[in-house]
Design a protein. Sequence first.
Length: 180
Amino acid sequence: MIRSMFALSFTFLLIAPSNVSAQHKYVGVKMCAPCHRTEKQGNQLAIWQSSKHAEAYKVLESDASKEIAKKKGLSKAPAESPECLKCHVPQHDVEAALISKTFDPKDGVQCESCHGPGSDYKSLSVMKDRTKALAAGMVLAKDDPKLCQNCHNEESPTFKAFDYKKMWEKIKHPVPTAKK
C-alpha cells in the first residue's frame, strides 16, 4: 500500500500498487496554473504563490532549517529528510509511478496537497462540472481542518498554535460567483 500522510483523506491512494494505471496521478501546480491564474477564477494561483505553502520546499534549504535538523538529530539535510518532507513536500513518499513528469517537488505544498492528485480532473471539461471533478478524484479540503493539522501540529519544530479559521482566511481561494 502507498504510504501517504493523507491516507485518511485521500483514500483513493490506498489502491494496491499493482493497479497503478487505475490510480490518480499527481501532475503538479504547472498543470493547474493556466486555468487558475485568471481573475475569472479568483486569481487562485496568485493566492497560492504568495503563501508560505509555495515556499515550503525552499524553506528546507535555509540555514535555519539546517540548524533545526541538526538539533533534532536528523541524519540527512532537511530537503532530504522524510521527517521534514512529509509536510514540506507531502507527495515525497508517493510511489514514483503516481508522479507525472510535470510534478516538481520543489514547488512545495501545492494544489494537489489539498485537492488530491489531479490527473483525472485536470481537464477543463471535467473542472467545469464540480460533480464530475469530485467523481474524478478532486478533494474539497476547505471543510476539513484535520487535513491541515496533518502538518500544522506539535510535531513541527516551529509549531505555533493553529487557528484553522484564521489560517483559512489567508489561503482560501474561491471562484468568484458570476455577476448577473
